[in-house]
Design a protein around this ligand. Structure first.
Ligand SMILES: Cc1cc2nc3c(=O)[nH]c(=O)nc-3n(C[C@H](O)[C@H](O)[C@H](O)COP(=O)(O)O)c2cc1C
Ligand code: FES
Length: 432
């Protein structure tokens, strides 16, 4: 991707105006994007049509050129394959009279998708964007009858079972499950945002980073990279343009079939995620955060959207916090069906609104991330302060294979104290 094109797009970042944002909106409205739409968007954005077309065609959901009034997406992830999704797809093709990837004469689009995060309840599907389990004798027949003009299928959203830690074991990530944490009032009653308030009032961003380092927490995205080091790197890196801009980017793409833990955390405890995001922003001096949420989780999208709206209305997002001059804008960016967007550099390009091609490292995203500025990318499971405290009390968080987290090879530079910056009047919009 040409740097000039990225730069052209960057001026729209955070305002819901990238080509990707525009394509997403258009697709939400009309369910497809025609060649004419692409030419019109190119004209509006003063960009080459080839660039707009390349962006649209990169994403499964934006690549639809045929109009459709209804959709059936059959999950073809591994668990759903084991549960018989190939048979579901074959029967759907026969019933609807079209092959997967096409729209039938009645305007029903049939296509594969993976994974919907209900792997134990499969085979699963999305009907007009709503998740359903097709397990059981009648569910599939009801859905197909509905799509052929019969009565509404009437199936509810599947709900995954929760298996809390065994008696006597501490419950950390699931500690708010089933206790009404989905709403701001419920979350606050459980103490969510308390750690943020204490941290902001204490006024020492560096002490948050120090506590995360002391906890030996590390990332859950695969590499197990020490979270404290990543936070420190972002805090220590000034933007090349001298603007002081930094970002927090949350990787809630979770594209690997069966890896749906983040979905449950977001759906059942969204404000703890937002508190963690704001804590990370305060610690690093970031003024904006982006949560990249996958399209295949419509319930999580809805819960997150509501949580952001409630937190914004309560003055926790986009406004100075707890008497300080620190404020952070938070936006939810919806994925559009590209698995590769789970990879962090690809995810950044998607937020920037260009085709989500992977970038070569170095430079690492913590140094030059979103629009070339430092950012902290993380999987959703980074904890807010109570978890950090807990980990510190336990003497460190253990790595995935039970090993103690190693010290960073390069050592830990002594960072300068950095005041969090306040952005006034940024018209950040929640894209979800
Ligand atoms: C092909 C590919 C797909 C990836 N998908 C995901 C994903 O779905 N979720 C995720 O958190 N990390 C994913 N990653 C890892 C991210 O690039 C990045 O390392 C991670 O988000 C960092 O988070 P952490 O600090 O919590 O480890 C993927 C990497 C690759 C190469
Ligand atoms: S594999 Fe189908 S829901 Fe996960």
């Amino acid at each position: 991707m040409s740097k000039n094109l990225i730069a052209l797009q960057n001026k729209f970042l955070g305002q819901g105006q990238t080509v990707y944002d525009a394509l997403s909106r258009l697709h939400d409205q009309q369910g497809h994007i025609s060649d004419q739409d692409i030419l019109e968007l190119a004209r509006q954005h003063d960009l080459p049509p080839a660039h707009v077309r390349a962006t649209a065609k990169f994403y499964d959901d934006l690549a639809h050129a045929e109009p459709a009034t209804r959709t059936l997406k059959v999950c073809i992830g591994e668990a759903c394959r084991a549960a018989g999704c190939d048979g579901v797809m074959a029967r759907a093709e026969a019933a609807l009279g079209c092959e997967a990837g096409h729209v039938n004469t009645a305007g029903v689009r049939l296509e594969p998708v993976a994974c919907l995060g209900h792997c134990g309840l499969g085979p699963n599907a999305l009907v007009d964007g709503a998740p359903v389990s097709l397990a059981g004798p009648e569910a599939e027949a009801r859905v197909l009858a509905d799509l052929k003009g019969g009565p509404a299928h009437g199936l509810g959203e599947p709900k995954n079972p929760v298996y809390p830690p065994a008696a006597g074991k501490p419950s950390i990530l699931m500690r708010h499950f089933g206790k009404g944490a989905e709403t701001l009032a419920g979350a606050r009653a459980l103490g969510v945002y308390g750690a943020l308030e204490a941290a902001v009032k204490a006024g020492s961003p560096q002490s948050i980073i120090d506590q995360v380092k002391a906890s030996q927490l590390r990332g859950r995205g695969g590499a197990g990279f020490p979270t404290g080091i990543k936070l420190q790197t972002v805090a220590d890196h000034d933007a090349p343009d001298g603007s002081g801009r930094r970002f927090i980017v949350v990787n809630f793409d979770e594209g690997d079939a069966g890896s749906y833990i983040d979905k449950e955390l977001v759906e059942r405890d969204p404000h703890t995620l937002l508190e963690g995001v704001l804590l990370a922003a305060y610690a690093t001096g970031a003024q904006a955060a982006y949560i990249y949420a996958r399209a295949e989780y419509p319930v999580a999208q809805r819960v997150l959207h509501d949580a952001v709206a409630e937190a914004r209305a309560a003055g926790l997002i986009g406004a100075p916090l707890f008497g300080s001059d620190f404020a952070c804008e938070v936006q939810v960016v919806r994925g559009k069906g590209a698995y590769i967007c789970g990879e962090e550099t690809s995810l950044l390009r998607s937020i920037e609104g260009v085709p989500a091609l992977v970038s070569i490292r170095p430079p690492f995203p913590a140094q030059e991330g979103l629009v070339g500025l430092p950012h902290r990318g993380e999987q959703r499971r980074d904890p807010p302060q109570p978890l950090v405290d807990h980990a510190a009390r336990r003497g460190g968080v253990r790595g995935p294979r039970g090993g103690q987290v190693p010290r960073h090879q390069g050592g830990e530079p002594e960072p300068p104290r950095r005041a969090a910056r306040h952005v006034r009047g940024r018209a950040g919009r929640d894209l979800a």
